[in-house]
Design a protein around this ligand. Structure first.
Ligand code: ADP
Ligand code: ADP
Length: 225
């Protein structure tokens, strides 16, 4: 069963007198333990799709389902909670806070949670991404690949169902990008998380379970690998 699902989703933006149809009836799903990659030219609707999956925006028409529940049925509090704990985000430019150590960066999204030892969980996640010896380093003391591994650890701190990755290898050289893709492949199974990635990186298609090609707001092709 898909943890996140889009059914016949249309998204329109009003730009003055002009209406832009960014998504024109998109069907999409991703399961836990699976990596789905969305590719397509600039302006094809990839960010729009990622925003809908991340519950950061709502569709004009169609249905978004999270764990088989229509997102329109969620209360505002439930939505806030899902955004905070149900979904982890990884970005091209890492989005780490420069004055915090690796551990503190990883802990940050769980600050509100008093039920767990956040510090211990953050260090455990950093161990899992191979950064045991970098926990007290600040971002400027880390390489690009290490920064992205801190960001990945941070995205998992609240045990999300979905990890959204926007060009996760976009700022890394090819070899480092490959190690990050290997890391994500391992973690999607270990953490039983659905990874939805947007990319221009062709090398990413060697790691993904399925590739969705978006052209002008329409899914043109789905390839399973
Ligand atoms: P991609 O991520 O593939 O580059 P986007 O989802 O960003 O594509 O954009 C799809 C289309 O929707 C483009 O034509 C873009 O200009 C338009 N668009 C995106 N966001 C907005 C917005 N907030 N307001 C108006 N038009 C938008
Ligand atoms: P990775 O493949 O994990 O990205 P690199 O091979 O790029 O690692 O870096 C090797 C080592 O050099 C790292 O352990 C890191 O501590 C250090 N290093 C790399 N880039 C920087 C940087 N910009 N500033 C400080 N240290 C760095």
């Amino acid at each position: 069963m898909s943890v996140i699902e889009l059914e016949d989703v249309v998204k329109r933006y009003q730009n003055g007198a002009e209406t832009i149809e960014a998504l024109k009836g998109v069907d999409f799903g991703a399961k836990r333990g699976e990596m789905v990659t969305v590719i397509g030219p600039s302006g094809s609707g990839k960010s729009t799709m990622l925003n809908l999956i991340g519950l950061l925006d709502t569709p004009t028409e169609g249905i978004v389902r999270l764990d088989d529940r229509e997102v329109t049925d969620f209360s505002e509090d439930e939505l806030t909670e899902e955004r905070r704990t149900g979904i982890g985000f990884v970005f091209q430019d890492f989005h780490l806070l420069p004055m915090l150590t690796a551990t503190e960066n990883v802990e940050l999204p769980s600050m509100w949670d008093t039920s767990v030892d956040r510090h211990e969980r953050a260090n455990e996640l950093l161990r899992r991404v191979g950064l045991d010896d970098r926990v007290n380093h600040t971002p400027d003391q880390l390489s690009g690949g290490q920064k992205q591994r801190v960001a990945i650890a941070r995205s998992l701190i609240n045990e999300p169902d979905i990890l959204l990755a926007d060009e996760p290898t976009g700022n890394l050289d090819q070899d480092t990008g490959e190690t990050i893709l290997e890391e994500l492949t391992r973690l999607k199974e270990q953490e039983n998380v659905a990874i939805v990635a947007v990319t221009h990186d062709e090398q990413m298609l060697d790691y993904t379970d399925s590739t969705v090609r978006l052209v002008d707001g329409v899914i043109q092709e789905v390839t399973r690998t």
